[in-house]
Design a protein around this ligand. Structure first.
Ligand code: PEP
Ligand code: MG
Length: 898
């Protein structure tokens, strides 16, 4: 097989649709060459090589690709008229990772590879710029030392060892900025860096360029399995098997002086979705400088500069003289960049995230990819591209990552609360949203509080997990394209970056703003849409749904086959879900209605009664409450089906455990407290989830089923009398045999007939069952002969199929996930391979007996996109999920069908 694909000078062996093999970056580098965008020549080592490397080891793998790599390097030499490892005319290379899906900052990069004591002299002579040559050298030693030789800080409170050396030399020289280092200083840095490497690793810093190249390739492959990359993959559901490609390119230098620079740009606004070209750049800088947040980046467009100056707190005059936009500083380059960004967006038909470098007045593109964006931007960009005629309706829908819609439903600050809040600092609005929480200073401590705000000087990819856990992120350094900003936007997490007035002392765990101190645990609030930071807690409220959101929802309705219902136990939840477009209730868990005040007392009397009469007396008290609840819910969902499930949980969940409450209950029932205690003890079970619950309760105590059926039918009749249409569907839980179902269906149907006779009126209703025990799925043909509908209870079905207790799985699931024994939590994402077979079989067998059988799902999976798509594939009529997941399920249902 071919292992290496070259590109350069308008030719390429790969192209955009080869992402699986070349990774996203490699495929797009090839494609840019083909469409005439200037890209430094280079080559991509395929993802298959990474897989081979992981399976067969380094030696065998490198042996297999050696010749191809050497040939590719020689092509780069020809195109750049240089020679790799040559004393007088050396070729310098960059080495970057690039997986199929972009994983910003998760893996390793090495720049200026090929540098050594000879090369630095040659570059120095050739460029006539010794300072630049030595700056490149010290960067190389720093990056290679970090990435390949693994020079890391000694502890989390310590700085990076190289940064320590830099800070020390700055102190000795009495300077503040990297740019103030003289050539001699940079030479001193290289010397000290190498000494530090030797001291820490015991190894000499390698001077041989080929050793450097293979070392870097190995480091990139190894970085596929570093902890932060593993975590990122888990969060983003990227398979471990994919592997990363390695991109090796001729270096172009943004650090050659005032006519050079480097930057990052977006073809549209990644936070809001607005169709404005934007980005940041630095003059005389290289590689990671813009995203690393060490210097304050400047804006690219003049139109963006006013807002920038406001956010940075500098006057327009100061901005124009000290921090000019690229449009002002290098108008000709700006024009080329502007044209290129348009060309790339038109070509890829999506918002692009670009990296570029300017070397002595020449523009080079180093990367283009579909840009990460917030949920709001995702929706706006899809709708705008549709309305601009760039993409069609189906494509617009496919562009929606259903899970990300969740962000649009998140709270925003209450305007009134915001007015009275005290603003303490202002940074950049890096990722929108509102967050209130307690300060933590270290990512691995983000779970210290229920709601924490991670406060850092800057974030690094190591902080990923903590960023995920925190409610919001505040950084003192970094621009709109800093690591914190990009990652936070991808996660939909509120982030304020580059708040310069924030001073952080990691050792004392104190943040100081204008002389005022804030300690770990203090409350602050962030507004990621304005960049403002507030003292204390600020109240939040639910957001208004924007017009674009509605347009996407309309498209979802237009293209889906299945309908979406909701799981709701109260009229309020039913209304919320209806506003989100729910068409009916797929699961109303009646037990949730038993907990309030009077009800729980009657419920407990019922449970503890020793006779049928005693139970009936208590149930009679519950009847009016249930009826009233059902009336409210039926009315909120008028015109749609409402599935009401009969009592399900083990009774032990309802009894009092406190002495005082037990005593009160005993008095009320006229029995002794010891009798109450012994009855409660009798209800205790070793394995309650497999115990006396579900239809087993209704079969033991048919009077419970009778009362609930009566409440449902009476509620429907009452609404009918008011002219409100209802479609009650009574559902029996935890059925495993058809006989169980028949038993309960008899009680339900005979009770209904009794009520109809009393009222001299009727309503239509259905009697169906949950399919949540494996045996029910296996015998679905028999059950379907008796049942009007099926609803898959995939929570219990997962529990019982995998044999993982729903209540205890938390102890081992994280370990299973970490070890790759499970790819996903089966209680969140339907296990299609296993549990899915039962769902498919149950549906098929049921419909064999009763062709039009209505089938749905009401487990948690009904709101998870990949599971919803599976439900569509087995032909379900609907999915049902919690109210806030209804929009997500609607989009997934549509995507399943296009
Ligand atoms: C289920 O088991 O999937 C279900 C919806 O019921 P519950 O979660 O109430 O057991
Ligand atoms: Mg269940």
């Amino acid at each position: 097989a071919k292992h290496v694909y070259t590109f350069g000078a308008g030719k390429a062996e790969g192209k955009a649709d080869m992402k699986n093999l070349l990774g996203g970056k490699g495929a797009n580098l090839a494609e840019m060459n083909l469409i005439g965008v200037p890209v430094p020549p280079g080559f991509t080592i395929t993802t298959e090589v990474c897989t081979k490397y992981n399976e067969e080891g380094q030696e065998k793998t490198f042996e297999a690709i050696k010749q191809e790599v050497e040939a590719a390097v020689s092509m780069v030499e020809t195109l750049t008229e240089t020679k790799f490892g040559d004393k007088d005319n050396p070729c310098l290379l960059s080495v970057r990772s690039g997986a199929r899906a972009s994983m910003p900052g998760m893996m390793d990069t090495v720049l200026n590879l090929g540098m050594n004591d000879d090369a630095v002299e040659a570059i120095s002579k050739k460029s006539g710029n010794p300072r630049f040559a030595w700056d490149s050298y010290r960067r190389f030693v720093q990056m290679y030392g970090d990435v390949v030789m693994e020079m890391k800080p000694a502890s989390k409170e310590e700085h990076d060892p190289f940064e320590e050396i830099i800070d020390k030399l700055k102190e000795e020289k009495g300077i503040q900025l990297d740019t103030e280092f003289s050539t001699e200083d940079l030479q001193e840095l290289v010397k000290r860096f190498k000494a530090a490497v030797k001291k820490v690793t015991g190894k000499d810093f390698p001077a041989d360029p080929w050793e450097q190249l293979w070392g870097s390739v190995a480091a990139v492959f190894n970085s596929w399995n570093n902890p932060r990359a593993n975590l990122y993959r888990r969060l983003e559901h990227i398979p471990d098997e994919w592997g990363t490609a390695v991109n090796v390119q001729a270096m172009v230098f943004g650090n050659m002086g005032e006519t050079s620079g480097t930057g990052v740009a977006f073809t549209r606004d990644a936070a809001t979705g607005e169709d404005v070209f934007n980005g940041e750049y630095l003059i005389n800088a290289q590689g990671e400088d813009v995203v690393a947040g060490i210097r304050t980046p400047q804006v690219i467009t003049l139109s963006g500069s006013k807002k920038w100056a406001e956010l940075q707190g500098v006057s327009e005059e100061e901005r124009a003289s000290k921090y000019p936009s690229l449009e002002e500083a290098m108008p000709e380059i700006y024009k080329q960049l502007e044209e290129t960004q348009q060309k790339l967006e038109d070509h890829y038909k999506d918002m692009q995230d670009l990296e570029f470098t300017i070397q002595e007045g020449k523009l080079w593109l180093l990367q283009t990819r579909n840009g990460k964006r917030t949920g709001a931007a995702m929706v706006k960009i899809a709708v705008d591209l549709l309305e601009q005629g760039v993409i069609d309706e189906k494509t617009a829908l496919k562009r929606i990552d259903a899970n990300k819609l969740d962000e649009l439903l998140h709270p925003v600050f209450d305007a009134a609360a915001l007015k009275s809040a005290t603003e303490i600092a202002k940074g950049l609005p890096a990722s929108p949203g509102a967050a209130t929480g307690q300060i933590v200073f270290f990512a691995d401590e983000a779970n210290k509080f229920d709601a924490s705000i991670l406060v850092r000087v800057e974030t690094s990819p190591e902080d990923l997990e903590g960023m995920h856990v925190a409610k919001g992120i505040l950084t003192a350094r970094g621009g709109m394209t800093s690591h914190a900003a990009v990652v936070a936007r991808g996660m939909g997490k509120c982030c304020v970056s580059g708040a310069g007035s924030v001073k952080i002392n990691y050792k004392t765990r104190i943040m100081t703003i204008d002389g005022k101190e804030f300690a770990e645990g203090d409350w602050i609030s962030l507004n990621g849409s304005t960049g403002k930071v507030y003292e204390g807690k600020v109240n939040t409220k639910t957001p208004d749904m924007s017009g674009d959101f509605g347009k996407i929802m309309d498209l979802a309705s237009k293209f889906s086959r299945m309908s979406v219902r909701t799981n709701a136990d109260t009229p309020n939840d039913a209304k919320t879900a209806r506003n989100f477009g729910a068409q009916g209730i797929g699961l109303c868990r009646t037990e949730h209605m038993f907990f309030d005040g009077e009800r729980i007392r009657a419920m407990r009397e019922m449970i503890l009664a020793s006779t049928v009469e005693g139970r009936e007396k208590a149930l009679a008290k519950l009847l009016p409450y249930q009826r009233e609840d059902f009336e409210g819910i039926f009315e909120a969902m008028a015109g749609y089906g409402v599935t009401v499930r009969l009592l399900d949980p083990p009774l032990h969940e309802f009894v009092p455990h406190q002495q005082a409450t037990q005593k009160e209950l005993a008095e009320k029932m006229g029995i002794t407290i010891d009798e109450v205690k012994s009855k409660i003890a009798d209800l205790e079970e070793f394995n309650p989830m497999l115990g006396h619950r579900g239809c087993r309760l209704g079969i033991t105590y048919p009077e419970i089923t009778a009362m609930q059926s009566r409440a449902i039918i009476e509620a429907a009749l009452n609404l009918k009398a008011k002219g409100i249409e209802t479609q009650p569907e009574i559902m029996v839980p935890l059925v495993g045999t058809v006989a169980e179902f028949k038993n309960q269906a008899n009680v339900i149907r005979s009770t209904a007939e009794k009520v109809f006779a009393e009222r001299n009126d009727r309503v239509e209703y259905l009697v169906g069952t949950m399919i949540e025990i494996p045996r029910a799925a296996l015998t679905a043909d028999l059950i379907a002969a008796e049942a009007d509908f099926f609803s898959f209870g995939t929570n219990d079905l997962t529990q019982m199929t995998l044999g993982y207790s729903r209540d205890d799985a938390g102890k081992f699931l994280p370990i299973y996930l970490n070890n790759g024994i499970l790819k996903q939590d089966p209680f969140q994402v339907l296990d299609q391979e296993g549990v899915g077979q039962l769902v498919q079989m149950g549906t098929e067998k049921g419909r064999k007996t009763k062709p039009g059988l209505k089938v749905g799902i009401c487990g948690e999976h009904g709101g998870e996109p990949s599971s919803v798509m599976f439900c569509d594939s087995v032909g379900m009529d609907y999915v049902s999920c919690s109210p806030y997941r209804v929009p997500i399920a609607r989009v997934a249902a549509a995507q399943a069908n296009i």
